[in-house]
Design a protein around this ligand. Structure first.
Ligand code: PCA
Length: 203
């Protein structure tokens, strides 16, 4: 049995709930393929989220990492291809507003996902879920956490896959928010389970 670290995020900005939180809570402790899942929720905080992810990696000693984030406004599951070495954007939950800052001063411009993102897209479509590869995870917390995860894995010679999946709003969030496309929670959760089984089959 292998261990998968599955992270989600707390609510942020105008999104009063974060569907990734419920998914990681519900999948925590579950088995999918060869994986036992350890689910953790991250804070939306530019200053501490990198360290938080690294402390989870040290605690869980995962064989693979999938981080989830809400992309409110996107209508599909999007498998992120690349994280870039920039933090910039709206205020995080602590009020930090970085402008054009590097995430790691000595880090490369970007890291490519090491998840089987193309196979995941194909599997999701087979299951009947709209999905595509995304070529930008933005410059907010999701990009930050994807970059920090890949940087830590690669600079510590850990040979484990790591990457990021953005999901659309859930119906519950869309009702509260008022203006975002949404999926049912069950579909969001099954699509993430589908991605995890693809990853398990690829190892
Ligand atoms: N989505 C945000 C940060 C937290 C989340 O769930 C993002 O896409 O950066």
């Amino acid at each position: 049995m292998k261990t998968l670290l599955l992270t989600g995020f707390e609510p942020f900005l105008s999104f009063t709930l974060n569907p990734t939180m419920k998914i990681v809570e519900e999948l925590n402790g579950q088995h999918i393929g060869d994986f036992q899942i350890v689910g953790k929720t991250m804070t939306v905080d530019f200053k501490s989220s990198g360290e938080q992810l690294i402390s989870f990696i040290k605690e869980v000693k995962p064989d693979a990492i999938i981080s989830l984030g809400l992309a409110g406004g996107r209508s599909k599951i999007t498998l992120e291809r690349i994280a870039i070495n920039i933090k910039d954007g709206a205020a995080d939950n602590e009020g930090n507003i970085p402008v054009d800052e590097m995430i790691q001063l000595d880090g490369p411009a970007g890291y490519m996902s090491t998840l089987p993102i193309r196979l995941m897209v194909e599997k999701l479509r087979e299951l009947g879920y709209p999905a595509s590869i995304s070529n930008t995870a933005g410059t907010y917390l999701c990009n930050n956490v994807m970059y920090e995860g890949l940087h830590y894995v690669q600079t510590n010679d850990m040979d484990i896959p790591s990457g990021f999946i953005h999901i659309p709003a859930s119906h519950a969030l869309a009702i509260e928010h008022g203006d975002v496309p949404s999926w049912s929670h069950d579909d969001l959760k099954s699509s993430i389970s589908g991605c995890i089984s693809v990853l398990s089959d690829s190892l």
